[in-house]
Design a protein around this ligand. Structure first.
Ligand code: 13P
Length: 255
């Protein structure tokens, strides 16, 4: 596999953190910290910070993303946000299928697929999250499960659209726990995901698809994880709220 064929992408997932004013201050610190990065840099903020983030990041190397999107274009879906609404703001990326949404907000593989297709149709780049729980890992079904999640998420997505799909492997047991997957575990599953993408779209698309690892990635462990041949970047939670830590991860990905 040739890592040069794909973009390294480090994306921050801010989750439900930061008011708009706090976001502005964080972005002011992030801009100089990641200037000249050797990889793509993205911050995914709460909906309420997107306007601020797009304004602040204009003309910088930081792309802005949302953390979720609804699959319908418009209508009676109180509290939801459509892909067109995000595009209209200047948002370029969206996270879909994060395990916290699967766990707390009844997200299913089917709705992940619907959101992925709607976001792609609107022109967004989609970060599709997949990953197993601790029980599933202990049952030895990680690879089967992640294959299935990936296949269902990508149902109806064309080979051309795959240029705007990033897949994030996030083992649920590693998220926010300080318990990172070993570099070997991350590599094993990211390689399995690339294999499925290859089965669906062929080797060229598989080699060009960015596959991230996420789950307690930090300044101390990023280097080892990102050196693995199939780990092309990271989806960063806690450490993305700390400019120096996020910058160190970005620097590791740019090597
Ligand atoms: P942490 O980096 O805080 O473990 O979160 C990872 C994550 O869920 C990113 O989407």
């Amino acid at each position: 596999m040739n890592k040069a064929k794909r973009k390294a992408v480090i994306a921050g997932n801010w989750k439900m953190n930061k008011t708009a004013a706090e976001s502005a201050a964080l972005i002011d610190a992030l801009i100089p910290a990641v200037q000249g990065a050797g990889c793509d840099v993205v911050i995914c903020t709460p909906f309420t910070s997107l306007v601020t983030a797009v304004e602040k990041c204009a003309g910088t190397n930081i792309g802005v993303g949302a953390e979720n999107v609804h699959f319908e274009k418009s209508g009676a879906y109180t509290g939801e946000i459509s892909a067109d609404m995000l595009v209209d703001l200047g948002v370029k990326y969206v996270i879909v299928g994060h395990s916290e949404r699967r766990q707390y907000f009844a997200e299913t593989d089917e709705t992940v697929n619907k959101r992925t297709k709607a976001a792609l149709a609107a022109g967004l780049t989609v970060i599709v999250c997949v990953g197993e729980s601790l029980t599933q890992r202990e049952q030895g079904v990680t690879e089967e499960l992640v294959r299935l999640q990936t296949k269902i998420a990508l149902g109806g997505v064309s080979a051309g659209e795959m240029a705007r799909v990033i897949i994030a492997y996030e083992p649920v047991w590693a998220i926010g726990t300080g318990r990172t997957a070993t570099a070997e575990q991350a590599q094993e599953v990211c390689a399995a995901i690339r294999k499925v993408v290859g089965e669906l779209y062929g080797a060229d698309v598989a080699e060009a698809t960015t596959i991230q690892y996420g789950g307690s990635m930090n300044a101390g462990n990023a280097d080892e994880l990102l050196q693995k041949p199939d780990v092309d970047g990271g989806l960063i939670g806690g450490a993305s709220l700390k400019p120096a830590d996020f910058a160190a991860i970005v620097a590791a990905a740019g090597k």
